[in-house]
Design a protein around this ligand. Structure first.
Ligand SMILES: [Zn+2]
Length: 132
């Protein structure tokens, strides 16, 4: 029932054990620290934020984060980006190869050369097109 109203949450959940800072407390010596306390780490406006999660909400927050991960899988989207970049790189290098090596482009240039030369001769004679 609460699964249906679950809102996906970005970020991650971390357990932390803390020292309370009271010098008479067991944790100031070798005694066990307090915790675990759960914190939801997430980004807001580009900043890393940390929010305390009460014990009673830990399971729900964990599920919400897993739901987000299922909707926006970070690894596969990263791999997809890599694939796109790789594909783009291949396309770009293939184009460069084509320009350098495509024999048809060479042929076109050679085919035009006589016309350029004729035009150059014509201009050298003062732009007149009369043949002698
Ligand atoms: Zn303490």
């Amino acid at each position: 029932m609460s699964e249906q109203s679950l809102e996906p949450l970005p970020g991650s959940l971390h357990a932390q054990w803390v020292r309370c800072g009271k010098n008479w407390c067991r944790c100031s010596e070798a005694g066990p620290l307090h915790g675990p306390y759960y914190y939801h780490f997430y980004r807001e406006a580009g900043k890393q934020r940390k929010k305390y999660v009460p014990k009673g909400q830990v399971q729900q927050v964990r599920s919400a984060i897993e739901l987000w991960g299922a909707l926006y899988p970070p690894i596969s989207s990263f791999r997809a980006s890599l694939r796109d970049i790789n594909q783009l790189y291949k396309t770009l290098t293939r184009r460069t190869d084509m320009k350098d090596e495509d024999p048809e482009i060479e042929d076109v240039n050679e085919g035009l050369a006589p016309y350029f030369e004729a035009e150059a001769r014509r201009l050298a004679r003062g732009g007149k097109s009369s043949e002698e």
